[in-house]
Design a protein around this ligand. Structure first.
Ligand SMILES: NC(=O)c1ccc[n+]([C@@H]2O[C@H](COP(=O)([O-])OP(=O)(O)OC[C@H]3O[C@@H](n4cnc5c(N)ncnc54)[C@H](OP(=O)(O)O)[C@@H]3O)[C@@H](O)[C@H]2O)c1
Length: 271
């Protein structure tokens, strides 16, 4: 159960400065009033995100977190959420690394895993415990279609999303009957600053398409964006290895990796 109106009262957005989180929060605030706890690294982008959400009449509390530091992140969330009931939480932070560069600096891959997977799992456990004690709540996590079958060209990113997806799917089962729901969102290619400089994959969508699909799917276990990726991915899962590898090589040739001249995004990038 959410509040007496069946609407979320307090919403936590981890990675609240992300384009997808911003689009979702905007759509949510258009449809209902709520307070927002916006957890993200301090930056001009986060300040702008706070102002934008305040423009909807929301009370917005920014919280400093760095997903590379899970211990600090958990402590900051604990402090910020003390005394709050969190009706809805969105975990939306993440980095899409330049996989070629990681091959040359393998230790950086561990940072990507810490940001995309480690911190999200830590936050998920904290929020699950908080919501279970409340007896209600919806936990939304941004996985990816890449989680279903990581490709050679996105092995690190795909592995982090596969781990994230598996963890939150199992967490959903753990929380069954507690009043807490977990929604795993699996978008395909979304045109945001994360994918800037990459050629759009088939079925590419905008952040607002993800926002609308998530808002409409808060009572579902899994939200594919666009919806066609659900059945399509089920079929792709069965494609034999040699064909899968050929498809991946073709997508790389067609621009699926960072184009020359486009700056790759890494965990520490602050654009
Ligand atoms: N775009 C796509 O095609 C796509 C597809 C499937 C899934 N997703 C997932 O959707 C989510 C949102 O992505 P987006 O497309 O909206 O990209 P985005 O705008 O680049 O958002 C990425 C977010 O991650 C945050 N972040 C990165 N490193 C961090 C760190 N060390 N500590 C705290 N926050 C950190 C960024 O914060 P700063 O503002 O501080 O940089 C930003 O808020 C991600 O989990 C992504 O993997 C995206």
């Amino acid at each position: 159960m959410l509040n007496v109106l069946g609407q979320p009262g307090t919403v936590l957005a981890l990675g609240g400065s992300s384009e997808i989180a911003q689009a979702f929060l905007g759509r949510l605030l258009e449809s209902r009033a709520c307070d927002v706890v916006l957890a993200a690294r301090p930056s001009a982008r986060r300040d702008a995100a706070v102002r934008r959400l305040e423009g909807y009449g929301a009370r917005v509390e920014p919280v400093d977190v760095d997903a590379a530091d899970s211990e600090g992140l958990v402590a900051a969330l604990r402090t910020a959420l003390a005394g709050h009931e969190v009706d809805l939480a969105v975990i939306a932070h993440g980095v899409l690394p330049d996989e070629g560069a990681l091959g040359r600096r393998p230790a950086d891959a561990a940072d990507v895993v810490a940001v995309n997977l480690g911190s999200a799992v830590a936050a998920g456990l904290l929020l699950a415990d908080l919501m279970r004690r409340q007896g209600h709540g919806v936990l939304v996590v941004l996985s990816s279609v890449a989680a279903v079958r990581p490709r050679a060209s996105n092995a690190v990113y795909g592995a982090t999303k596969a781990g994230l997806d598996a963890f939150f799917t199992a967490l959903r089962d753990r929380l069954r009957g507690s009043g807490v729901r977990v929604v795993v969102v699996r978008p395909g290619f979304v045109r945001t600053r994360m994918t800037a400089g990459r050629a759009p994959a088939p079925f590419a969508v905008d952040a607002d398409d993800v926002a609308r699909a998530v808002l409409a799917g808060l009572d579902r276990d899994v939200v594919w964006v666009p919806a066609v990726l659900g059945p399509l991915t089920a079929a792709l899962r069965l494609v034999p290895g040699p064909v899968w590898r050929r498809l991946d090589r073709r997508s790389v040739r067609d621009g699926g990796t960072v184009r020359p001249g486009a700056a790759p995004r890494r965990g520490g990038d602050r654009r």
